[in-house]
Design a protein. Structure first.
Length: 344
């Protein structure tokens, strides 16, 4: 038990963990509504925290550790895509989860301008950073690691070898395979895939899953990877190319909702009925997939949970919690009209 003198002073995560007989990471998850704790444990931790007057104290943290109390969020996208990404449903939900968690723990969250390079980071007063969808050999992640700053990635830099950063990720390949299986169950005989740049780990995961799926069925892959801006128009052009092939697909998976919206427009342009003659599914959910004339089946990657878990992991690392480790979260398939064939 904590003695009376300590009880009257400020109680922190460590003391709550002692009282609850849990790790500091588990307590952090319980207080921030993240992680995979059962409801009873979460409620018990919250009750203990309230009983002992727990409250995050950024000023005390500043004095103890010379911390700035500031965490930064970076997205590894070109500046030309900044407006599209910043307004995407996925990013807005991820940011909401991250900033809510950070503020609850007494940290400020700074959104760095998209395209920020290492030169701009040199004088940025931060304690650590979260890198969303790092590219291979990501320069921002390399800067954080090189300067001894705590780092967490949402997605993975598959070529990072120093192990400096923790990662949070979604099972992109597994979830995409569920959509391929759904196509097949609904009668699809030739499934195509339109993916974004292979510089990102999620593209590689889905590509590997797609190639394994087609190989198991002795099907010839019908795959397009978009190296440039993965816009709705890029999805449209890729789909027009696929649909003009001698053996066109009767189902198309697009890795982003805006690419899937372009696929739907291509089907309309060619007079192809959706879902009767062409089924469509997206690897992310957003306004484009929900508001299409025929709502598009999509994956919910739980971006709020990704954001809040990344912040919790980063703070755990800053506070010296050795229990903090990499984590694969879950996702769901959101069934909509583009995969609901009436004849099946």
């Amino acid at each position: 038990m904590i003695d009376e003198k300590k009880k009257r002073s400020r109680v922190g995560i460590k003391e709550i963990a002692e009282l609850a007989n849990l790790s500091k990471t588990a307590v952090s998850y319980a207080l921030n509504g993240t992680g995979r704790l059962d409801d009873e444990t979460r409620a018990r931790v919250i009750a203990i925290a309230e009983q002992h007057g727990y409250r995050a104290n950024p000023f005390a943290r500043k004095l103890r550790g010379k911390s700035f109390g500031v965490l930064a969020v970076f997205a590894s996208v070109p500046s030309s895509m900044s407006e599209v990404v910043a307004n995407s449903d996925y990013f807005v939900r991820l940011w909401q989860g991250a900033v809510t968690c950070a503020l609850a723990r007494g940290y400020m969250l700074l959104l760095a301008p998209f395209g920020t390079g290492p030169d701009m980071l040199r004088n940025m007063p931060i304690d650590g950073g979260i890198v969303i969808d790092p590219v291979q050999n990501d320069p921002t992640l390399a800067h954080l690691n090189r300067n001894g700053l705590a780092a967490v990635t949402i997605g993975r830099d598959l070529r990072e070898t120093d192990g400096g950063a923790l990662w949070i990720d979604s099972p992109h390949g597994e979830l995409a395979t569920r959509l391929f299986d759904l196509f097949e169950a609904q009668g699809a005989r030739r499934v195509g895939a339109i993916l974004s740049s292979p510089a990102y780990s999620y593209t590689l995961a889905v590509r590997d899953a797609y190639l394994a799926w087609t190989r198991a069925r002795k099907q010839t892959p019908l795959l397009v990877e978009i190296e440039s801006h993965p816009s709705e128009s890029a999805g449209y052009e890729a789909a027009m190319q696929m649909l003009a092939a001698p053996s066109p697909p009767d189902a198309i998976f697009a890795s982003l909702d805006r690419l899937a919206a372009g696929v739907f427009l291509a089907a309309q342009r060619r007079g192809i009925a959706v879902p009767e003659a062409l089924m469509i599914a997206a690897g992310t959910d957003g306004t484009e997939s929900r508001s299409a004339a025929v709502p598009i089946t999509a994956l919910d990657l739980k971006p709020e949970a990704l954001g809040s878990t990344a912040v919790s992991k980063l703070i755990a690392r800053l506070e010296g919690d050795e229990d903090a480790g990499d984590e694969m979260l879950t996702g769901d398939v959101l069934l909509r009209a583009t995969t609901a064939r009436r004849s099946i």
